[in-house]
Design a protein around this ligand. Sequence first.
Ligand code: CDP
Length: 660
Amino acid sequence: MSEAENFQLVRPFSKKCAAVAVPPGSKSVTNRAMVLSALRGGETVLRGALFSRDTEIMSDCLRSLGFVSERDSAARTFRIAPSGKKPEAAKLFVGNAGTVARFASALVATFDGGEFIFDSDDEMKVRPMKGLLEALKEQGSEFEFFEREWSFPFKMSPRGLKGGTLALDASVSSQILSAILMVGAFAKSPLDVVLSGETVSRPFVDMTIKMMESFGFGLDEISKSRFSNFRRIEPSVGEFYDVEPDATAAGYFGALPVVAGGACFIAGLKKDSLQGDSAFFDLLQESGIARVDKLDEGFIVSSETRDISPREFDFKDISDTFPTLAAIAPVLGGKISICGIGHTRRQECDRVSTVAENLRALGTKVDEKEDSLSVYPNPDIAKISGPVEIKTRFDHRMAMSFAVLGCFEGFDSKPRVKIEDPKCVSKTYPNFFDDLDSVRESSEKFRIVAVDGGAAVGKSSVSKACSKTLGYLHVDTGAHYRTLTYGLLEEGILPSDENGVSERLASFTLGTAVENGSARMTLNGRVVPDELIRTKTINSSVSIFAAMQSVRSFVKKYQTSMADFAKSEGFGGLIMEGRDIGNAIFPNADVKIFLCADEATRAARRAKEGISDSISERDKLDSTRKISPLKCAEDAVKIDTSKLSKDEVVARALAEIVKS
Ligand code: CDP
């Protein structure tokens, strides 16, 4: 392989992150959902499923066992249904997939009769099966082992599950317990499962039990080691089951806005996730490293402050995600200490020392101990002229974690890192680099965002916050009308004098000044300060001037020119707020947001600002005028802000923007 093929150069983001990420489905959830779909009967379409060797193997096994299992790669679905034929005999190949090895054996044990040959990869032949196969034998199945006792390959002659008390040894693999729990309701007499020891990876057992309930299988957990009263219950899942995205893979896109700035919407993540690694998102939020808002359709993660004080985190329960945080730690403002990770030295590679080695190669100070790693801030990371070679040691997690760091905003777009052996990501996320590229590409798209709504609905604060997060130019068009009103009144032009207005406008020169990411209109070379345009007098006449054709055409030309202005100033997009932006100024805006709120909430907000303003009167004038009235555009997303906090509205608005 040539050097070019064996390295992946990572291009930094030239604009802040503003994109949607759709990580692959979780393997554990996909394979459980396939078995549970088969067990419950009827048709189930698994959406957002993972397509990988292990899930393909599960799908093949189900087909051999008389189920329909159809894959639609474009739609990312598996359709599982009974085929109507139950085979008397079949050959099953489980590869090196632990879930298939255990779950398919338990599934076959529910069959009454037939002969099934199981085989596997060599690696699977030495992985633990004994506890499970002993239990299935005790329940009635017969086994003939072709190589070694209690391991693949073997012949299984199932006779159903007889039930009764079952002593189960799941001490070496929680999948053994999960497999038995899933089929417990099929026992001919009530089954009582008693664990002979403890089991490992309890979160995976919880995942199994929660998923069983969704698919209509209940049980009573008498204690941590005793399960009984297996029964059919009302399922909450109908024809479709949405597989959660893999939480560990999703974590890379959670870390991305921390290094690149901006916001990333991670589609499909759920508040009550089945996966332990979803706690990584809580860690980001609670530590202030990022802001995480959990919406119905996914999480929106946005950059918060990088200046966090030194922090220590215990990653024992979410250790697969420790390289994600350690790799981005150099861009944070304080020392980050990570403990509880000693066991990861024996994973795909010695993760603690490989992370440390790569960080040092990037000029970062690191303290490495047996069970922990401390990473110091590295303000020089932006100056790396690179590309520095990242050692992956064939570990997918090294490749993906340091690729995220490589996205660190660098407006020169010179790669700072190159990832060795990038194909190692195929273990869990074959399309990782393609997905990262499309997130970068989407972030570079210049978007025009129209935010409309009546007075005191929260347009300004939401628009400003979104602009700040995304690095977009903010434009408050209300201030344009207010500035012109001030200019006209200053020159003695009254709202009743429409002819005088058009004449005077012709003498006005407009320009733009940028203050803190917001564009301010200049009138004859100066910005009229807020205290002069937000007075009682202006409030009471602005809407009358704003309803005039001459004023609107004069302003429209100026406002539409703001898109080119924002581009030329290097902003990633434009957020313009007002009354008619989505309908008249930018009818082709990439996203239109219409904010509303009930009367009482709006009046209270204005009163809090200490401004005397008859907002309902202005709203009435604004919505009933002939030209460009205040009206929700047909294709706008409407958000009622009455019962939402500002942060909640911002989160929803950000999600809409990055999705467009
Ligand atoms: O601060 P508030 O939301 O109450 O008002 P504003 O955005 O400062 O706008 C002041 C007035 O300008 C509105 O009441 C409208 O009459 C007018 N306006 C408009 O006609 N079209 C816009 N796109 C923005 C404001």
